[in-house]
Design a protein around this ligand. Structure first.
Ligand code: COA
Ligand code: MG
Length: 312
């Protein structure tokens, strides 16, 4: 039996490491200015739940102005829209497309049709503004029971989709879960998201950690997320960034071990041996695939991403 080719693309090339993705309230020019110099791989300029209803219009204008005026360096900038049912997306795109971000985050996604609608709007905008087709990316937030049940359909919806972001707070409220320190009640959702992202070549991003002063707790949650296969985590405060960046960067010892394994494998292959023992453990092809994946991830993270202007 041969393996069927994957119906979707391999993880596309991106200059952005996407270890830490910081939410910045869209109505706060001060916070956006600060964020432009923070050590976050990605900034999510928020027009959704971080902005009061009375400030939605003001936030659109602030984010539009910030995108036009500020130098964000190598940081990826995304704009989080409100869900289509609020009827704001046209105004949100109109305000932010003149100096376009790299992409948009769509919250509370529950069906492929929601992404296809945004996809069509972005394709139209790209054509109208002379931007490269497909250059504006989309990240889908999975934060409801329905969204989780339709993960496969959502992930397969459009090639514009770059990642899935888990929204733990909305998800908890939606299913009626009770949060515990270890987060066992969210394990199924987290794992489902990671597995779907891997199947469709998408970046998997874990949820925010709300306890701003508990960096040890954040570190534990990062380790859980990375262990499950997430590539990065959303953040809400500058203080969380160093912890998240470190947790989602393979440690030097991990990198050295992966390189040594790959070298040893090559040497054994040259002698016609496919399986061997390394530091007391059996090594064969899948172990090497995991090591190569870690090395590829490391190459993406360091040297840090070059300055990537928004799509032209
Ligand atoms: N982005 C950029 N800068 C931020 C920031 C963020 N997310 N959170 C805090 N800062 C800045 C503050 O402006 C402050 O700088 P300043 O004193 O020079 O203005 C500095 O970091 C320290 O902040 P601190 O005083 O500890 O926090 P705060 O009381 O100002 O704000 C929150 C606390 C939670 C309101 C704030 O961190 C925040 O807005 N986080 C994002 C919330 C969000 O977007 N939620 C929706 C998605 S879950
Ligand atoms: Mg949410």
């Amino acid at each position: 039996m041969t393996n069927q080719p994957s119906p979707m693309r391999a993880q596309p090339e991106t200059p952005f490491p996407r270890r830490s993705l910081l939410y910045v309230p869209g109505d706060s020019l001060r916070k956006i200015e600060k964020a432009a110099a923070l050590d976050a791989d990605t900034l999510i300029l928020d027009l959704e739940d971080g902005v009061a209803r009375s400030q939605k219009e003001a936030a659109r204008a602030v984010v539009g102005e910030a995108l036009a005026r500020l130098d964000f360096g190598p940081r990826e900038r995304l704009v989080r829209l409100n869900h289509p049912t609020h009827g704001m997306i046209e105004a949100e795109l109109a305000a932010t497309l003149p100096s376009p971000p790299h992409g948009y985050v769509l919250p509370k996604v529950e069906a492929a049709s929601e992404l296809l609608d945004l996809d069509a709007r972005l394709a139209q905008a790209e054509q109208a503004r002379g931007l490269a087709q497909g250059s504006l990316t989309i990240f889908a937030m999975i934060e409801t029971a329905r969204g989780l049940l339709r993960l496969g359909e959502i992930a397969a919806s459009t090639l514009r989709l770059a990642g899935l972001i888990f929204g733990a707070e909305d998800f908890t409220a939606d299913v009626g879960a009770i949060r515990s320190p270890g987060g066992v009640e969210l394990l199924y959702a987290r794992s489902s998201l990671v597995i779907t992202a891997a199947a469709y070549g998408l970046h998997a991003v874990d949820a925010v950690y709300l306890e701003l002063d508990n960096l040890a707790g954040l570190e534990e949650e990062c380790a859980l997320g990375r262990g499950l296969g997430f590539g990065g985590k959303t953040a809400i405060h500058p203080r969380q960034l160093p912890v998240i960046n470190q947790a989602f960067t393979p440690a030097p010892a991990e990198v050295a071990r992966a390189q040594a394994l790959v070298n040893a494998f090559a040497a054994h292959q040259a002698q016609g041996t496919g399986v061997f023992v390394y530091e007391g453990k059996m090594v064969d092809q899948p172990v090497i695939v995991a090591a190569q994946r870690l090395l590829a991830r490391m190459a993406q993270i360091t040297p840090l991403a070059p300055t990537a202007p928004p799509p032209k």
